[in-house]
Design a binder for this molecule. Structure first.
Ligand code: FPP
Length: 242
């Protein structure tokens, strides 16, 4: 068992859940079976984050680039999302989990949109783990939207260019005070042995620690999660200071 230091638990963990496709290929099953197994791993990660006392968990479920995948795969992922929220909504409520979405998800298929909105509404007063699902999310898109909104306020004369601080820009991110209201993640985990950020939390990751796991996402267990946190806890964060 991996020993973790309770006092040095990250408040916010973000995960790039990579490797569902390769997991499926290794087993000779359809890619969607990999995503289904990935959904189960995601659910375990929610429960384990909660058990560890982590306050915010953000998962990269669907990027702005993922629309390029086959229709079958895209609609399958969204069906899984409906399965997840419908099947597990009761449990999320009972476990005091608050669900938020990062990204403009208005363009996702209608059934998924409705199920998701119900989940957000039904869990909005919960005070436990905040589970942020990044959906139709892109870091550059997020920054572009912030620049547009701030530009509009400047053009209206509501604010002057010199009023544009890092805090103001941050407040326009999906994690900002107006939306999910989450601090920057101290730890970003990517599975499947890939070492890229892939347009995830570009603004918020300025001082994040990165931990890369070789495990394919559907095989990501509580033990592997603990190992990632132990790796994070073994590092010293200096924020550019000494
Ligand atoms: C990356 O694996 C995974 C995704 C793009 C989708 C993530 C979806 C889930 C974990 C299922 C739960 C779904 C929702 C929407 C809550 P990949 O397909 O890129 O794997 P590969 O790199 O091995 O091909």
């Amino acid at each position: 068992m991996t020993e973790l230091i309770k006092e040095r638990m990250p408040k916010h963990v973000a995960i790039i859940m990579d490797g569902n496709g390769r997991w499926a290929k290794k087993r000779g099953v359809p890619r969607l079976a990999g995503h289904r197994a990935g959904m189960e791993a995601m659910k375990k990660a929610v429960n384990h984050s909660d058990a560890l006392g982590i306050k915010y968990l953000t998962v990269y479920a669907f990027s702005t680039e993922n629309w390029k995948r086959s229709m079958e795969e895209v609609s399958g992922i969204f069906k899984l999302l409906v399965t997840f929220v419908n099947r597990d909504l009761r449990e999320l409520i009972d476990n005091n989990v608050k669900v938020k979405v990062l990204g403009d998800y208005s363009s996702i298929p209608d059934a998924s949109l409705k199920a998701l909105e119900k989940t957000i509404e039904d869990t909005k007063d919960n005070t436990g783990l905040q589970f942020n699902i990044a959906l139709n999310y892109g870091g550059r898109d997020e920054i572009r939207r912030a620049v547009e909104a701030i530009g509009e306020r400047c053009a209206n004369g509501e604010i002057a260019p010199e009023d544009i601080t890092e805090e103001l820009i941050g407040s326009y991110m999906w994690t900002g005070s107006e939306h999910a209201d989450a601090p920057d993640p101290e730890l970003i985990i990517r599975t499947s042995g890939e070492y890229r950020l892939s347009n995830f939390l570009l603004w918020q990751s300025a001082y994040s620690e990165f931990v890369f796991s070789d495990v394919l996402w559907p095989d990501f267990t509580d033990e592997e999660y603990d190992r990632c946190i132990a790796d994070y806890q073994s590092r010293e964060r200096r924020f550019g200071g000494r």
